[in-house]
Design a protein. Sequence first.
Length: 354
Amino acid sequence: MRALARFFARSHRPPMPLAARRTYRLAITTSVVLAAAYGWGLALPFLAPLFVVILSAKPAPPPGPKQLLMLLIAVMVSLGVGIFIGPLLQHAPLPALMIIVAGLFVSNRIAMLPGKAAIGTLLAMGLTVIPAASSISTALASALISTLVVGIAMAVVGQWLVYPFFPEDPSPSPAPAPDSPAELRWLAWRATAIVMPAFVLTLTNPALYLPLTIKSILLGREVSQSRLRESSREMIGSTLLGGLFAVVVWSCLSLAVSLWFYFAWMLLACLLFASGAYGVRRTRFKSSFWVASMTTMIILLGAAVQDSANGKDVYQAFWVRIALFLAVAVYASLSMALLEHWRGTRKHVKESVC
């Protein structure tokens, strides 16, 4: 009887706290998908765990099969448009850039709708990453499209596998009050202004600067969610912290070069970032700071692994990328301040005239 009582006592333990469940879910899913992507041999394996963060950083149940199919169709349409824009960039660059600007605005506007942040971010990637790759080779762009589609599918399947072990509570948290349509349009234009300079730079050397475009898209999303006072510290600080962790994980990997060690080190790093994002560890930084640090680390580490596999100087390429990431973060902070100042001045002039 005593043993039976102990069994029922164990079975009626209080559930794991919600913040801890979210932390384990994000960290384990990211690490499992990373190992699967490298084991599968994807062209850019680091994109699959990056998609996990994009799709599941905001706590919610994973998309079902129907939602996954709709997501893949939407992304494939965006990627297909990106292939057609690639040749247009070479023969008529100005109209092509205008199309990309309009597409980025629409994708950023979609990302601000409730529950559509991941779709908007993926659409923005399709409108920038694919045209940049297509400017080099249509075959490269086609291979990248298959990598993106498979990476998204792997990210969602990873969520399906891990979510039952660390589910959300039955009662959903209330959604925040949306901004006005005029404010959302302004935020979408502001995010577009962050992405375009990095994209234009990527066109000069897509092989080197492609991670920069991905980082700028994520920064654009961060800018659209941040207020001026806190944005500079978050963008620059998260870039530095993500770069620091990329160096630490890369140094640990040099002790034993193995996919399982890569999985284990990434799991530890992701647990640290996710615990800050979901409040397991109380810090003065917002959730977006820790998520941005995590995505920066994944991008830099993934690019470093690719450089090592291609026989390039890993450290030289890493320092170039982290310098460019910091430059984009500083540019995003300054442009955000200037745009907000211009907007405030314009509003003040209109009020004075009226």
